[in-house]
Design a protein around this ligand. Structure first.
Ligand SMILES: *Cc1c(COP(=O)(O)O)cnc(C)c1O
Length: 428
């Protein structure tokens, strides 16, 4: 496939945008080459500026669960836009989407809308700190909660030490309040809590990890977190920015039967417009301004176009009893097809899936945490990525990303993908 025009557009973008992109992973640094510029998308397909059609397995990193340019969402946005695009005043629409979200997700009474997953997670930990009157949080190595300072932390020297900043600009003062633990390792979490008794406000976790490839929780991990939090007066925050309204109507709380204290949303909840949200039982949410002392605000929060898109998306998911099973069936079909061809071609790999999330790790050992995810062979991944691109298939340009299956994908698309993977993996 030719990418002349994309390359030209990227060169022009680099002149005026740092790295040519507005979010770093888009720049293809992990796989080499130059990014593809999109012209339009419909259903399961992207159409780029060179006229190529690509089957899309990223789907805007999650939101387009029903496919691109999904008509009820597009129409809702068009109709709302004609009535004015922002007021900075309350609208009925905000109550409608809030009520629907609260009815779909277990264990939440109230929800507040923001503009991104980053904002949702940032606000959730402020709320948890205000509510518990404690400063520290625990996060897991390899989990991503957006780019606010408290989360840009890497492991320090010892397992139970404070984290250290992993970006310049994050202060040591901020880093010292973020403690790191290993995903799927409840004993490790216990030890971190033990070493910081009565200082921890919250544990924030991706209840199914999706930002180090897809890593489902091992049996007992989420239950163990719940117990530890309850015993120690710590709030459990499920960051469901990726999994919320994707793995089930009620997200991982519904799947696992484990109750979180605060839940963060993004991606699907906005139907492809910039939306995030966080939710909890009333006692916690009432701690937010204007009812309570914890400040949080936003000029464009609850924006009518964003709320219209989100409401249309949630309604579509809520009204389709078979949607999550349909997605899981497609994922299972794809996973079993990939498994077959990679085995036949003697590739070392592990496939992790749950619901509509799937990732292929190029290492034969089980991938259960950041350490095991990092063992994946990136050279193989690069060949895989560029090979698939040549075949007209777009997966995320990084080995640490999950693929997202959409309802718009047909079994013909899945077969085409499996055949392409067979062809590409023969030349590893
Ligand atoms: C994408 C993501 C975020 C950040 O959301 P943005 O909208 O990109 O700010 C936070 N948490 C998780 C689990 C995510 O996948």
């Amino acid at each position: 496939m030719l990418y002349q025009r994309s390359s030209q557009l990227f060169a022009e973008a680099e002149q005026v945008i740092p790295g040519g992109v507005n979010s770093p992973v888009r720049a293809f640094k992990a796989v080499g080459g130059t990014p593809i510029f999109v012209k339009s998308a419909k259903g399961a397909y992207l159409y780029d500026e060179d006229g190529n059609r690509l089957i899309d397995y990223i789907n805007s990193w999650g939101p387009m669960i029903l496919g691109h340019a999904y008509e009820p969402v597009v129409n809702a946005v068009i109709e709302k836009a004609k009535l004015g695009t922002s007021f900075g005043m309350p609208t009925e629409l905000e109550t409608q989407i809030a009520a629907l979200a609260v009815s779909m997700v277990p264990n939440i009474d109230k929800i507040r809308f923001v503009n991104s997953g980053t904002e949702a997670c940032m606000s959730a930990i402020r709320l948890a700190r205000g509510f518990t009157k404690r400063d520290k949080i625990i996060k897991f190595a390899g989990c991503y909660h957006g780019h606010s300072d408290s989360f840009l932390i890497q492991a320090g020297s010892g397992a139970i030490t404070f984290g250290s900043p992993n970006s310049p600009g994050v202060t040591a003062g901020t880093a010292k309040d973020t403690l790191l633990a290993n995903y799927n390792d409840i004993e490790n979490v216990k030890a971190v809590i033990e070493a910081n008794k009565d200082e921890i406000a919250a544990i924030i976790v991706e209840p199914v990890a999706g930002n180090m490839g897809c890593i489902p929780p091992v049996k007992g991990f989420l239950e163990g977190l719940r117990t530890l939090c309850t015993e120690n007066g710590i709030l459990l925050i499920f960051d469901e920015v990726m999994t919320g309204f994707r793995l089930a109507k009620g997200g991982v709380q519904e799947l696992s039967n484990v109750d979180a204290d605060i839940v963060c949303f993004g991606k699907v909840i906005g139907g492809g417009l910039p939306v995030g949200a966080f939710a909890a039982r009333a006692e916690i949410m009432n701690y937010l301004a204007p009812l309570g002392p914890v400040y949080q605000a936003g000029t464009l929060s609850g924006n009518p176009l964003a709320m219209a898109a989100g409401l249309a998306m949630l309604q579509a998911l809520n009204n389709d009893a078979a949607i999550f099973q349909r997605l899981a069936d497609k994922t299972a079909y794809l996973a079993s097809g990939i498994d077959k061809v990679l085995k036949a071609n003697n590739v070392a790999f592990t496939i992790n899936t749950i619901g509509s999330m799937i990732s292929v790790h190029f290492d034969a050992n089980p991938v259960v945490d950041f350490k095991t995810a990092a063992k994946g062979d990136n050279e193989t991944f690069k060949k895989f990525f560029h090979g698939l691109l040549q075949e007209g298939i777009y997966i995320a340009p990084s080995a640490y990303e999950t693929w997202f299956i959409t309802d718009a994908l047909t079994y013909e698309d899945l077969d085409f993908t499996i055949n392409a993977i067979d062809k590409v993996s023969k030349s590893f």
